[in-house]
Design a protein around this ligand. Structure first.
Ligand code: ADP
Ligand code: ZN
Ligand code: ZN
Length: 700
């Protein structure tokens, strides 16, 4: 910094811990004015950090000695005002420091770079990207792009989308349609319109596994446009490169998982959220944001349409799309695709009452005889089946009948799961693994037995019951290695597998053409779970699983889904039988309204962790007392602390308390006053390892 006097005061967002009181933006001096959104380096303590010039007035009192900014990344255009506003909103809403959040959603590689390094690298990247762009349209046989003519329902949906495009503030669109009803085709047509005007399209998918399929369809449809992906599977350099392409306006389409909702897109014209109900859209650590909700907010902010697609929308979304005289400003527009494209039918759903089966040695058989017959039918016809059970491993617990010993985890309040293939007992919460003992560790009994069953046992039994069948298992254990998931899915697609067994992993999104039978093995536990969203998730899971069958019109007539249940009369299954999401949603919403649960109330969860549960409890009790004294506490209910479903994990005890308010605003008001107070408690409770606030928690 040679000449000139540094006299411009700037606010700069940096990643400083929130409890230091520096979680917002800090003031610095600069020799020249810098636009908000400019990236630069600034000193903090003894370090130098990446920062972003933030908008809003500096807060430093005049005359205070401020430090001077370091290098400025002039090569990079500043992040836009809409991006800054989105981060501001998200930080406020989810109770994080604005700097902490802003920096955490930038590609990590950026932080490593000094300005000259970045400039050189950028120049190289930009050159490379331009070259690629120049050769892309030349290589693409544009005439070969096939666009199917839309069906009547799709046309109506697209017309509604076009009307929304013309509106100054388009309402969010819920595209409600079963799997195979042509939602993706509607996204593609909508994207085409937006791309034609030179604007960018952001497509969110719940899981990285689902990106390749959708990516392929977009790439095929838009060969002359540039598309980048954003997900955790990218290398740091790829992530930087894709981020830059988005930010520089070189990428026309960005397709990614939840983090990409923060992609800087100067020309954003449309956001699509595929499978909008999926729990993966909620970030479960750090800033616990919902990418779906932020997508809706971002669209509102940028005055562009957002399309939320699902066969089983979240009840929050569904409720907002219901016609109602109130809250007009928050209404979504619902567009329905009721028919499957090309005559594919939804499978016939059949419930098997497990209660009628006689028990053998105290256990019911894993598969009902009628279900087995259905599986054998498929084998004879050369069709595929999918069998899922939401529990991996061989058996959830080992048990000694003599003394009652069970394979508990010494570090968690959970059982260790028996994995037969690897002869281990493994805790699915902390990972603690030991070889299976030969005899009961407590009494020496040699006859310890597995209790209950998981996917590994299901696979073993299917192999016994269906000799000669080619069986593959897909769960977190078999898909652990790199490329294993893809390899297994490829086997299914190519017809090398007759029966695919697994956890809910098998039910997501994959377009299996030859499956005509889906079996859900005892999914009942979710019906009575303490978590109020469990039925919603089960219904979505079963609809999704059923959606795997009958995609091929030839086989549609004979495709079926068996649900083995102990509660065949349950209303959830009745709605499932008729594929009636609307009926299910209506009954669930009525229950939620009666119980005062979301979307009829708004929740936050305050969690605390300590080795000694008394410490966590004392902290939560003090937090409660502090909240009660705040003016925003009126009308907000603070529930007593309780342990979550698994209270102890890896030796750390966890407690949580629920905060409930009738309105979002009320809840936000309290949190805004309360959370800073909680940060100031730091150090007062020895032994408290962690605490966190989760706004709009998914599970309670
Ligand atoms: P979804 O996203 O609802 O599962 P897709 O858009 O993937 O449905 O459509 C299912 C299948 O039908 C795809 O193979 C797609 O290419 C095809 N398809 C969709 N719309 C049409 C159409 N209008 N005409 C012909 N085929 C279509
Ligand atoms: Zn024993
Ligand atoms: Zn454990």
């Amino acid at each position: 910094m040679s000449d000139g006097v540094a006299n411009e005061v700037l606010r700069v967002a940096v990643d400083a811990p929130q409890h230091s009181g520096l979680g917002g933006a800090l003031d610095y001096l600069s020799k020249r004015p810098l636009a908000p959104g400019t990236l630069l380096r600034v000193p903090l303590g003894k370090r130098e950090l990446l920062g972003i010039v933030w908008h809003g007035a500096a807060s430093a009192p005049p005359g205070q000695a401020l430090r001077e900014v370091g290098e400025v990344f002039d090569a990079l255009p500043p992040l836009g005002p809409a991006w800054l506003a989105l981060v501001d909103f998200a930080a406020g809403y989810y109770q994080r420091g604005v700097g902490e959040l802003a920096l955490s959603v930038l590609p990590p590689e950026l932080r490593k770079l000094d300005a000259p390094g970045l400039v050189k690298r950028l120049a190289r990247l930009v050159k490379k990207l331009d070259k690629a762009a120049a050769s892309a349209p030349a290589a693409a046989p544009l005439a070969a792009v096939v666009r199917p003519a839309l069906g009547p329902e799709q046309r109506v949906a697209l017309q509604a989308f076009e009307a929304a495009l013309d509106q100054p503030r388009p309402a969010p669109i819920l595209l409600f349609g079963v799997t195979g009803s042509g939602k993706t085709e509607v996204y593609l047509h909508a994207a085409e319109q937006v791309l034609a005007t030179g604007r960018q399209v952001l497509v969110l998918v719940p899981e990285i596994n689902l990106t390749p399929q959708l990516e392929a369809r977009f790439a095929e449809r838009f060969p002359a446009h540039r598309m980048v992906s954003m997900h955790s599977g990218l290398t740091p350099v790829q992530r930087l490169q894709h981020w830059l392409m988005a930010h520089l306006g070189q990428a026309d389409i960005v397709l990614g998982t939840r983090l990409s909702v923060f992609a800087p897109l100067p020309q954003l014209g449309l956001i699509v959220v595929d499978e909008e109900h999926d729990p993966s859209y909620k970030q479960q650590e750090g800033a616990r944001y919902s990418a779906r909700d932020l997508a809706v907010y971002r669209a509102h902010l940028e005055r562009i349409p957002v399309i939320l697609g699902s066969a089983t929308p979240s009840l929050e979304t569904w409720q907002r799309a219901e016609p109602s005289p109130q809250q007009r400003s928050q209404r979504y527009q619902r567009l329905t695709l009721a028919e499957r494209v090309g005559g594919g039918a939804l499978p016939q759903v059949r419930l098997f009452d497990m209660g009628v089966l006689p028990k053998v040695a105290g256990q019911s058989p894993l598969l009902a005889p009628m279900v087995l017959d259905s599986l054998r039918d498929r084998l004879t016809r050369g069709e595929q089946s999918l069998v899922f059970l939401n529990r991996r491993g061989y058996a959830p617990v080992l048990f000694c009948a003599d003394c009652g010993w069970k394979s508990g985890c010494p570090h968690c309040s959970a059982w260790r799961v028996f994995h037969k293939g690897e002869r281990t007992l493994r805790c699915h919460h902390c990972g603690f693994t030991e070889r299976v003992p030969r005899a009961c560790p407590d009494c020496g009994n040699l006859d310890i037995a597995p209790m209950g069953r998981g996917t590994e046992k299901l696979e073993e039994q299917l192999a016994e019951l269906l000799p000669g069948a080619r069986i593959a298992r897909l769960d977190a254990d078999t898909a652990r290695g790199k490329g294993q998931l893809e390899a297994r899915l490829a086997q299914v697609h190519s017809g090398e597998v007759d029966v695919l067994v697994g956890t809910q992993m098998v039910t997501k999104g994959h377009d299996f053409r030859r499956i005509t039978l889906v079996v859900a093995v005892n999914p009942d536990s979710a019906l009575f779970a303490s978590d109020f969203r469990a039925p919603e998730r089960l219904f979505a899971l079963l609809m999704q699983a059923g959606g795997r069958a009958g995609r091929d019109a030839d086989a549609a007539g004979r495709s079926e889904m068996w649900v083995q249940t102990w509660h065949p009369k349950h209303a959830l299954y009745a709605a499932l039988k008729t594929h009636d999401f609307a009926a299910f949603a209506q009954s669930q919403l009525a229950e939620r309204r009666a119980a005062g649960l979301p979307p009829y109330s708004h929740l936050a969860l305050l969690r605390a962790e300590a080795r000694d549960p008394a410490v966590a409890l004392a902290w939560l009790n003090e937090a409660t007392a502090l909240a009660a004294a705040l003016p925003g506490a009126a009308g907000v209910t603070l529930y007593p602390p309780v342990p979550p479903a698994v209270g102890k994990v890896a030796g750390v005890e966890r407690l949580q308390m629920l905060v409930e308010a009738a309105s979002r605003l009320q809840l936000q008001r309290l949190l805004a006053d309360w959370v800073p107070v909680l940060h100031s408690l730091r150090g007062r409770h020895k032994g408290l390892t962690r605490w966190a606030i989760d706004v709009d928690p998914l599970a309670i």
